[in-house]
Design a protein around this ligand. Structure first.
Ligand SMILES: [Zn+2]
Length: 619
């Protein structure tokens, strides 16, 4: 795809959890698997200080949801919104100031927290606290300058645990964890560039060594539009490698919607008027499950014609309309492009078409549900149907694991910000900034040549360590084991494989990985077994020794290696006498075969060489 010709504009918002206590209380950050009790809330939208009510907030209220909150061992009355916030955590603020200086942004002189209206239930208070920390920064990615207009300090939202009809369950463990939000200008010009920018900023954030690591600790919002389209925000992408896919799919979706709008224009469709009819008697004899369960449950089948929309619903507008119908609490819709189907027969389709006076080139939509809900579904869909005439409506979308996204709510407006009066402002003094300037970590671009030189690792690996923000970890571990190359391979290639399997290898501590590599150097098991042991450690949370034992890998001590090598040598005296040093390779094979996976090749090689030399000296 020619993204430049399409006029792609893409900006990122990167949210990274900080490694400190929570932002407005003393609870530790991190997740908890021990919910200790629950309480229930409902939230309603309130006016902003300008008297407006936010569209996104109003729509959330229409969903009539009850929110259940699970209290955890790392939440207190502040998370429950039963106690005012404490003073902002100074350590978290300092980390964000450090990030600001690294990204060459100008810190504000006084930090003021604001309340941002959020009523999807993810905040017990109905708002998220957020403060502007710095403006006008930037980062160079592949020689291109990407602007960073704002850097914010925010509190993370509660974690969604489950969702059922009319009820959402959240856990309070994540609520209040400090986050830095770094936003870029919309200058990102391609899906690959989006991933590179995210990688580069993530790498800078990790360079502070003051951020949390592992799945879910960094999340990206993607703002995407093409020429003639509109700004779409895909919120909460967790997997970096999926960023290009989301951008690409969104560009495709906007192109499709623009094409649909052109088709409607060509057909002379300039308005959408819905005349909703009760078709329950028309389809009362249907064997379709969807229709049966609605009618047998006392509900109705409502339908409406969409003049001129024929053929534009399947795989195009159909999923868009259905997502809006879901706001009213219905499971989905049926439309003429996919009927007959879902148990609805051709004669039934004809009867519906006749009742709705559907002509050639027209489409129709059916909703089978409790009557009030079915009517609300049409009310929710109508604005989206009208928006199809103009092309792409602005909205917030949720990422799906397959790289697609789905409508979640209108784009929030400016109406949702108002001042936080419970948290006093904090002055950012020159002396504080001066002290932080002296602590600035080495810029990532200077690190690659230094790693190559100092540790003799390939440049490609050094670059990957830097891009993924793992070089400090690499240096910490390399200071404790002999073989830096194995450390590098474990942190790049091997970890990458495990990440692709969905394992949270980044949450392992430096100490655990050091212990793993020390066992390899001590000859406890072979280098080839590192991926298996690391996988077991990540999966079970065990330390290296226990993981190796669980895999049946431990046990080959140096003495055992020596014993087996001695046996191999004495069984092959003739070969050694005849071939001298050249006997090493075949004997190495024999020894490794007997020790397979239980000893490191380097150690076996070392012992075998020594024994062959002794054997030859005897003569
Ligand atoms: Zn707390």
């Amino acid at each position: 795809m020619d993204y430049k010709a399409l006029g792609l504009r893409c900006g990122l918002e990167i949210h990274q959890q900080l490694d400190s206590r929570k932002l407005f209380c003393e609870c530790p950050s991190g997740l908890s698997e021990k919910p200790e009790g629950t309480f229930l809330r409902r939230l309603r939208p309130t006016q902003s200080e300008l008297g407006e009510v936010d569209a996104a907030a109003v729509e959330e209220a229409r969903r009539h949801l009850a929110f259940v909150y699970q209290v955890t061992d790392n939440s207190c009355l502040v998370e429950a919104d039963e106690e005012p916030p404490h003073e902002a955590n100074p350590e978290a603020l300092e980390t964000v100031l450090l990030v600001a200086l690294m990204l060459k942004a100008a810190p504000v002189r006084e930090v003021h927290f604001m309340r941002k209206l959020v009523i999807d239930g993810s905040n017990t208070a109905g708002f998220q606290r957020s403060a502007l920390i710095a403006v006008d920064g930037g980062i160079d990615v592949d020689g291109k300058r990407i602007g960073i207009p704002t850097i914010l300090l925010e509190e993370d939202a509660a974690r969604k645990v489950s969702e059922a009809a009319g009820e959402v369950v959240y856990r309070l463990d994540r609520l209040g964890v400090p986050l830095v939000e770094v936003s870029t200008t919309p200058d990102v010009g391609s899906p690959e560039e989006a991933a590179k920018v995210a990688l580069a900023i993530g790498s800078w954030l990790r360079a502070t060594r003051r951020v949390l690591r592992g799945i879910g600790t960094i999340r990206e919002d993607l703002n995407i539009s093409i020429r003639g389209g509109a700004r779409i925000e895909i919120k909460g992408v967790q997997e970096l490698r999926m960023i290009p896919v989301y951008v690409e799919r969104e560009v495709e979706r906007q192109s499709m919607l623009l094409e649909v709008a052109r088709a409607l224009k060509e057909r002379g469709v300039d308005r959408v008027v819905l005349e909703i009819r009760d078709l329950s008697t028309t389809v009362s004899g249907s064997a379709s499950n969807v229709i049966r369960s609605a009618i047998d449950g006392g509900g109705k089948v409502l339908g409406a014609k969409l003049s001129g929309f024929g053929g534009l619903l399947r795989g195009k507008l159909g999923p868009e309309f259905a997502a809006h119908a879901r706001v009213a609490g219905v499971d989905g819709i049926l439309h003429s492009d996919e009927l007959p189907g879902y148990g609805i027969t051709p004669p039934e389709v004809d009867a519906v078409a006749k009742a709705l006076r559907v002509g050639a080139g027209d489409a129709f939509v059916l909703v089978a549900a409790e009557e009030g809900r079915a009517r609300r579904a049409f009310e929710e869909m109508l604005p989206r149907m009208r928006a199809a005439l103009a092309g792409v409506p602005e909205e917030t979308r949720d990422p799906r694991p397959d790289g697609s996204s789905v409508y979640s709510r209108p784009l929030p407006g400016k109406a949702r910000m108002y001042p936080e009066t419970d948290v006093p402002p904090i002055r950012v003094t020159d002396a504080w900034l001066e002290r932080l300037r002296k602590q600035l970590p080495e810029p990532p671009e200077a690190v690659v040549p230094r790693l190559v030189q100092r540790y003799a690792i390939p440049e490609q690996q050094a670059r990957q360590l830097v891009q993924e923000g793992n070089w400090m970890r690499f240096e910490a571990i390399s200071g404790k084991v002999r073989d830096a190359r194995t450390v590098a391979t474990t942190l790049t290639y091997t970890s990458g494989e495990l990440r692709r399997e969905g394992l949270d290898v980044d949450s392992l501590s430096d100490e655990h990985i050091t212990a793993l590599l020390s066992l390899v150097e001590a000859g406890t098991f072979a280098r080839e077994a590192i991926p298996a042991v690391l996988r077991e450690m990540t999966r079970s949370g065990a330390n290296a020794e226990d993981a190796a034992r669980a895999l049946g890998l431990s046990g080959a001590t140096r003495q055992e290696v020596e014993r087996i090598v001695d046996e191999v040598v004495s069984a092959n005296r003739d070969a050694i006498a005849g071939r001298g040093d050249a006997a090493l390779a075949p004997l190495m094979g024999k020894a490794m075969e007997r020790l397979r996976g239980r000893a490191d090749g380097k150690l076996v090689n070392e012992v075998l060489k020594e024994r062959i030399r002794k054997e030859l000296e005897k003569k």
